[in-house]
Ligand binder design. Structure first.
Ligand code: BGP
Length: 486
């Protein structure tokens, strides 16, 4: 195996529409479930999920409220107005690929219009053309935590199978309009996350999840998303034969807190949660343990033979995932818990943590790559990896972020070892390549970017873009194809 990354390795960065675009109601954009998420001061590390699953009366109130300040995802970093300059900065770093999501409600404001919204299509047409001119491959996430609010209210999101058809109608429009320039697609961001935050991921209204029906509704909705994802894969292969469809899961590396065999069994059970949706999308069927688990727990979902056939015949071309941190898990009750990307787990005494308590584990990325390749034998793509931190602007306007360089250097070094031992990782999009609004907490101060954006949690600021030290560091990494990480 030759040393280093393959010469066509896709180096780049990632954002999501609901965290970056702003452009609230611009060009006829409809409301998504992200537009009603309110900012709260310093959320405690364990209240993230409550922030993401808004109570119904708050949804109705937010719908009537056109304020931008208290709903940070209505403004993001206003990428909608700045994308030409921002893409020019990505080009300056040497990006080969740029991961972004398309806002479903820019294309179908309520999700049910007969015809797509031309103003929304024109925006993405122009943005994609900017990328192509810059020599940057688009990687499009079709739905990334901004499910149409109208479909949540009317159908309870993916709980209703009619949304499968509405999603496919949306996909068809995207593939026909952008398929000539977009060759890499992902259906749902972190599709497994519906269990953790149902409204954000699949438009499920919290109040419908009564104790007796909660998991039947959630696993039925996940099944509908998986069928929708398989049908979208089928449609893409028909309409754009040279394009690749990937799935996208939330990957953490889980360690047993002690050598108590129960702790290791606990790890296997946590890993199952992560692999469930990727198993279906990459192997074409539910894992052996799934239906017996549902039966044991009195959870009922309807899965037809036709749907099983669709899943089996339309598996993805590659597996992508987000990786930020690792967890320890234990059956013992003497383990301190810490947060990490909308999960909580045990504190690892061998690892340091970032400003938001997420445990920094570069080797965990290599372990995750090994686990995923051994399980799926498909090309892998690291769709999210990065470090949210409190960056500081110096008097002279510069931003020194050695902690972010250290984090990225260590993770890329471990990814390189995985590649050199034969694991086919073909791309890496650092999460939040420009400062955007945090997904879990709506905070702007949780900065990920190579590029600093002058805006605070309330939307005050000039939106001026400033390269941080990590901008120039990543430019060298890309120019040396991952050889020069100094
Ligand atoms: C992942 C999401 C991204 C991104 C990331 C970082 O779950 O796919 O949208 O937000 O988390 O999380 P946060 O923005 O909350 O720091």
């Amino acid at each position: 195996m030759e040393k280093g990354f393959p010469k066509d390795f896709l180096w780049g960065g990632a954002i999501a529409a609901h965290q970056a675009e702003g452009g609230f109601r611009e060009g006829g954009k409809g409301l998504s479930v992200a537009d009603i998420e309110q900012y709260v001061e310093n959320p405690t590390r364990f209240t993230y999920n409550q922030l993401n699953d808004v109570p119904y009366e708050r949804i109705l109130a937010a719908e009537q409220d056109d304020d931008l300040k208290k709903y940070p995802k209505r403004r993001g970093c206003q990428f909608y107005y700045h994308y030409k300059d921002d893409i020019a900065m990505f080009k300056e770093m040497g990006f080969k690929v740029f991961r972004f999501s398309i806002a479903w409600t820019r294309i179908f404001p309520t999700g049910e219009e007969e015809e797509p919204n031309e103003a929304g299509l024109a925006f993405y047409d122009d943005m994609i053309n900017e990328l192509v001119k810059a020599g940057i491959q688009p990687l499009v996430t079709i739905n990334h935590y901004d499910f149409p609010l109208a479909l949540a209210k009317k159908y309870n999101g993916f709980a209703d199978p009619i949304v499968i058809d509405l999603f496919l109608k949306y996909c068809r429009v995207l593939f026909e309009r952008f398929g000539d320039r977009v060759k890499y697609w992902l259906t749902f961001n972190e599709i497994d996350s519906i269990i953790r935050h149902p409204l954000k991921s699949a438009g499920i209204i919290q109040e419908t999840l009564t104790e007796d029906k909660k998991y039947s509704i959630l696993y039925q909705a996940l099944h509908h998303q998986l069928v929708a994802s398989a049908l979208a894969t089928k449609l893409l292969h028909e309409l754009v034969p040279d394009a690749w469809m990937g799935c996208m899961g939330t990957k953490h590396t889980n360690y047993p807190y002690t050598c108590d065999p129960n702790d290791f069994l606990n790890v296997l059970e946590m890993d199952r949660e992560c692999y469930l949706a990727i198993d279906v999308q990459a192997r074409g069927e539910y894992p052996y343990w799934f239906f017996p688990k549902l039966a044991r727990e009195g959870i009922e979902i309807r899965v037809t033979e036709e749907e099983k056939k669709i899943l089996k015949e339309n598996t993805v071309d590659f597996v992508s995932f987000s990786y930020y941190n690792s967890f320890v898990t234990s059956t013992r009750d003497d383990v301190e818990l810490v947060p990490g990307n909308l999960h909580v787990g045990g504190k690892n005494p061998y690892l340091k943590s970032g400003d938001w308590g997420w445990q920094i584990d570069p080797l965990g990325l290599r372990i995750s790559l090994m686990q995923l390749y051994e399980r799926y034998q498909k090309p892998l793509f690291v769709a999210e990896n990065g470090m949210g931190a409190m960056d500081h602007v110096e008097e002279d306007g510069s931003v020194h972020d050695p902690y972010r360089i250290d984090y990225l250097r260590a993770h890329i070094a471990e990814m390189k070892k995985a590649v050199e031992e034969g694991i086919p990782v073909f791309g890496y999009t650092m999460w939040g390549c420009i400062d955007i609004v945090s997904s879990a907490t709506c905070e702007m101060k949780k900065r990920y970017g190579f590029i600093y954006v002058d805006q605070d949690d309330y939307g005050n600021g000039t939106l001026k873009r400033t390269p941080k030290d990590s901008f120039y560091w990543y430019k060298k990494v890309i120019a040396s194809n991952g050889e020069d990480l100094a």
